[in-house]
Design a binder for this molecule. Structure first.
Ligand code: C2E
Ligand code: CA
Ligand code: CA
Ligand code: CA
Length: 273
């Protein structure tokens, strides 16, 4: 009979082995997927609350994995961050976006929002990627970097923030008001844009506490002269409330779901007021 301690050690070893094996395969899957072109860029329009025209897009990544089907970014982005693959993935998003810029309006400051993980801000990697991909293409559109904190606040290199501002890149704090994006970021990032998380938009007219928080976030941004984008706008009532409170830009299923980039020009033509 095996002593308990031996069984325990074997068990721990087996679990560690499993964890490594799954990490290896996930890393391989993503690298393979990148090489095989399995990642596809979608975009979702940003709407001017008053004029109702499209003033930009947010780029959203999708993984069409032939072995597992479509995988949502909420699943693979956190894993990619954990396995140090978020930088190559974001680089891919930048390259693909730049190569499709011609399908977006070039009129003054059309926003192109790209989600960037705080990890990418380390060691000048982001600046290097932007210089070699975005700035070398000299796009007419305005780059807006959307940043979500997740758990990497301490890993940020805030020196890069100043360099980005000087290059004319706008910074947006994503998911503002959730546990992921705290008030201390306002001071550290000096953002041009705040994105109100969709949970706060959903609370309008239904949840007294969170809907009060929404109004306070709006007031805060106005006092600091920061542009506001509300995410997850699904109803006319939400849009009206946000517009009346001075939120400039609205994004959500009410206007358009995220769509493949190639569908955008037709959507724009059909939706123009
Ligand atoms: P996010 O940056 O907050 O993106 C907005 C999410 O809200 C998108 O989910 C979008 O499809 C969804 N959404 C838009 N309008 C509505 C609405 O009216 N109602 C509801 N319920 N949802 C709406 P998606 O595309 O599944 O992306 C999820 C998250 O994955 C994103 O949240 C972002 O954090 C991350 N992500 C997506 N693409 C990228 C990427 O290229 N890089 C990085 N680092 N993260 C990404
Ligand atoms: Ca975002
Ligand atoms: Ca968000
Ligand atoms: Ca989110």
């Amino acid at each position: 009979q095996l002593p308990l301690a031996v069984i325990f050690t074997m068990l721990v070893g087996y679990i560690a082995w499993l964890a490594t094996a799954s990490r290896m395969s996930f890393t391989r899957e993503i690298n393979y997927g990148l090489a095989a072109g399995e990642f596809e860029l979608f975009c979702q329009p940003l709407i001017d609350a008053k004029k109702q025209d499209c003033v930009g897009v947010e780029i959203l990544l999708r993984w069409n994995n032939p072995r597992q089907g479509w995988i949502a970014p909420d699943i693979f982005i956190p894993l990619a961050e954990e396995h140090n693959l978020i930088v190559p993935l974001t680089r891919y998003v930048l390259i693909e976006t730049v190569s499709h810029l011609a399908m977006f309006p070039t009129a003054s400051g059309f926003h192109i929002g790209i989600n960037v993980a705080a990890k990418h801000f380390r060691d000048g990697v982001l600046l290097h990627d932007l210089n070699s991909v975005w700035f070398s293409a000299e796009p007419a559109q305005q780059l807006v970097i959307e940043l979500t904190e997740r758990d990497t606040l301490l890993e940020m290199d805030y020196n890069i923030v100043e360099a980005l501002h000087q290059k004319g890149v706008k910074l947006a704090i994503d998911d503002f008001g959730t546990g992921n994006s705290s008030l201390s970021w306002l001071e550290k990032l000096n953002p041009e844009v705040l994105k109100i998380d969709k949970s706060f938009t959903a609370a309008i007219g239904t949840d007294a506490v969170n809907s009060t928080v929404t109004d306070i976030i709006i007031a805060l941004a106005q006092r600091l002269n920061i542009e506001l984008v509300a995410e997850g706008v699904e109803t006319c009532d939400q849009a009206k409330h946000l517009r009346l409170h001075g939120v400039e830009i609205l994004q959500g299923f009410l206007y358009a779901r995220p769509m493949p980039l190639r569908d955008f020009p037709q959507w724009l033509a059909e939706s123009s007021p």
